[in-house]
Design a protein around this ligand. Structure first.
Ligand code: PGA
Length: 251
């Protein structure tokens, strides 16, 4: 079984810098070098077409950071799942907490997941509780609700689900405590249980995300645990990426 390394570049790299970074990753980590790791680069939307060419036949897949609303005919500025597929994406992140904070609702996420699967993309669904919810001990219930709503009517063959506690995102190098691996693992079991029930016919893989880097990735990726990681900031640093891909490859 492969493990997943999903690089969510957010807006950290753009334009020529993203092409340069993708070329670097292609030559250092592409081809047959890490056959046990499914690597996916998710650059900003305008870079997708260019990176599709850079990554062609590299063994590194392309993913989008979000997908537009499926009400395609009247959704100014959005990019549809069909278009993402056409320009070479294989994966798409849906329901990232930064998109939810910008107004994406559970109902939007349900429709986007269905549209992504219908277009032939593998969705990477993000779930996770904010700090206020964790403090009151309702994290498991909160994530269960997010998942149950998102997966309503989902019929895709394959799904990645990233458990990303909102309070642990973007804390790399800031001295703050990211999520303790034991806490993450408890939530993984919740996510797996709910996914089995809500999308019984779908093959789901559960990933961890939230300030993952070369140093801590090993503590989240124990055998029999998470199937990979969704990584933001550290995935834009070649030295961190190199450490992470090596750790995942040894799983
Ligand atoms: P981070 O981002 O690794 O920078 O915390 C993860 C994410 O938001 O997907």
């Amino acid at each position: 079984m492969k493990t997943f390394l999903i690089a969510n570049w957010k807006l950290y790299v753009s334009g020529k810098a993203s092409v340069k970074l993708a070329r670097t990753y292609r030559s250092r980590f592409g081809g047959k070098k890490y056959p046990r790791v499914a690597q996916v680069l998710c650059p900003a939307m305008p870079e997708l077409e260019t990176l599709a060419v850079v990554l062609q036949s590299s063994g590194i897949a392309l993913g989008a950071q979000t997908v537009g609303h499926p009400a395609t005919a009247a959704a100014t500025g959005d990019v549809s799942a069909v278009t993402l597929k056409e320009i070479g994406c294989r994966y798409v992140i849906v329901g990232h907490s930064e998109r939810r904070a910008a107004g994406e609702t559970d109902a939007d996420i349900t429709l986007k997941l269905r549209a992504a699967a219908k277009a032939g993309l593998v969705p990477i669904l993000c779930v996770g509780e904010p700090a206020s919810v964790r403090k009151t001990g309702r994290a498991a219930r909160f994530v269960t609700t997010q998942l149950t709503r998102a997966l309503n009517g989902f019929r895709g063959k394959t799904l990645l689900i990233a458990y990303e506690p909102v309070w642990a995102i973007s804390k790399a190098g800031k001295g703050a405590v990211a999520c303790p691996p034991e806490t993450a693992d408890t939530m993984r079991l919740v996510v797996e249980r709910v996914a089995r029930k809500a999308a019984a016919k779908t093959r789901s893989h559960v990933l961890y995300g939230g300030s993952v880097d070369g140093k801590n990735i090993g503590s989240y990726l124990r055998p029999g645990g998470f199937a990979g990681a969704l990584i933001g900031f550290a995935s834009t640093k070649p030295s961190e990426y190199a450490r992470m891909v090596r750790v995942l490859s040894a799983q």
